[in-house]
Design a protein around this ligand. Structure first.
Ligand SMILES: [Ca+2]
Ligand SMILES: [Ca+2]
Ligand SMILES: [Ca+2]
Length: 323
């Protein structure tokens, strides 16, 4: 196992900034001279930098920062828990965000950069040691985890995945909308673009959705979304009712059709019965033998109605008359 792997595999808690310094009983003495000129935090940063700079080129590559991030669970644990990401995925996202924030570059450029000791310290002071900064780091990591193509804006597909977090029960972001009832997702998608896409490029940057990710959604915005949600609900109810009425009217039409069909059939039968009534009546007394068979063949058509029985009786009479 290489030294680098050993750092990653060790308990992350033991590798945190303060633990590393405190574990060395001589650290104060060793750094005493430097401390006269540099702050304690700066000394800690320098020590950490020396540890993470495995190839000793006085620069921190993204691979070296990746190992530093992996050993600082504070940088990725929240992301892993809140977005249900495996630790290694969350750590990878956190590394990208760290490189971007430390260099001021984006995407591939940031990952290809090498951090100086100063850049590392500035990043550590601003985004790890400062509570507000570490919250900002988390929000940026949340955004980054949805910006899957690393271009720093959420396109349509990425925004859809981002919106899912508001519908997931138990998600910390569910509360970001307060207690409002969310509209269907395609509707929320439109609302988000309408409300947050300040530059109108149909994509959302971190700054455009910062309010949402940080849960500082404006009150009137929540009201607007709720109003739109209620309107969407009303329209949906209207649609369902309309569908029900249409179905009902189709059913009635069909019933009417059936009724007319039967009536026509009945008319036809009456006509037939009129023309053959004399024969039927005259032969009715001799029909006992064939009646059962005829009744059973007519049963397939319509079961058990008085009219059918009556019709069956008529037809039952006819063949016998021929015979
Ligand atoms: Ca290095
Ligand atoms: Ca993107
Ligand atoms: Ca935009």
């Amino acid at each position: 196992m290489s030294e680098a792997e050993a750092v990653v595999d060790a308990n992350p808690q033991d590798q945190s900034a303060s633990a590393t310094v405190d574990d060395d009983p001589f650290s104060d003495a060793k750094e005493a001279f430097g401390s006269m000129f540099l702050s304690e935090k700066r000394n800690e940063s320098n020590k950490l930098f020396k540890e993470l700079d495995k190839d000793r080129n006085d620069g921190a590559s993204s691979e070296e920062i990746a190992q530093f991030v992996a050993s600082n669970d504070k940088l990725w644990m929240l992301l892993s828990v809140n977005l249900d990401q495996p630790p290694e995925v969350a750590a990878k996202i956190a590394t990208r965000v760290a490189m971007e924030l430390a260099t001021g570059l984006t995407g591939e450029e940031a990952m290809a950069a090498v951090l100086s000791k100063d850049q590392f310290h500035t990043f550590r002071k601003k985004y790890i040691l400062d509570p507000a900064g570490s919250q900002e780091f988390f929000f940026r990591a949340v955004f980054a985890s949805f910006d899957t193509d690393n271009n720093n804006v959420l396109d349509t597909k990425e925004l859809d995945q981002f919106l899912d977090i508001f519908y997931k029960s138990g998600s910390a972001f569910q509360g970001a909308m307060g207690t409002i009832k969310l509209p269907p997702k395609d509707k929320l998608h439109d609302i988000f673009l309408k409300e947050f896409d300040d530059n109108g490029d149909q994509e959302l940057s971190f700054d455009e959705v910062r309010m949402i990710i940080s849960g500082q959604i404006r009150a009137e915005m929540a009201e607007e979304i709720e109003a739109q949600a209620l309107e969407a609900e009303r329209l949906e109810k209207e649609r369902v009712e309309k569908e029900r009425l249409e179905k009902e009217s189709r059913r009635k039409e069909k019933e009417e059709e059936e009724r007319k069909k039967k009536e026509a059939k009945l008319q036809g039968s009456k006509t037939q019965s009129k023309s053959s009534s004399s024969v039927a009546t005259s032969s009715s007394s001799t029909q006992d033998g064939t009646e059962g068979a005829v009744e059973s063949t007519n049963k397939d058509e319509d079961d058990g109605c008085a009219l059918c029985e009556w019709v069956a009786g008529l037809f039952g009479a006819a063949p016998a008359a021929k015979a």
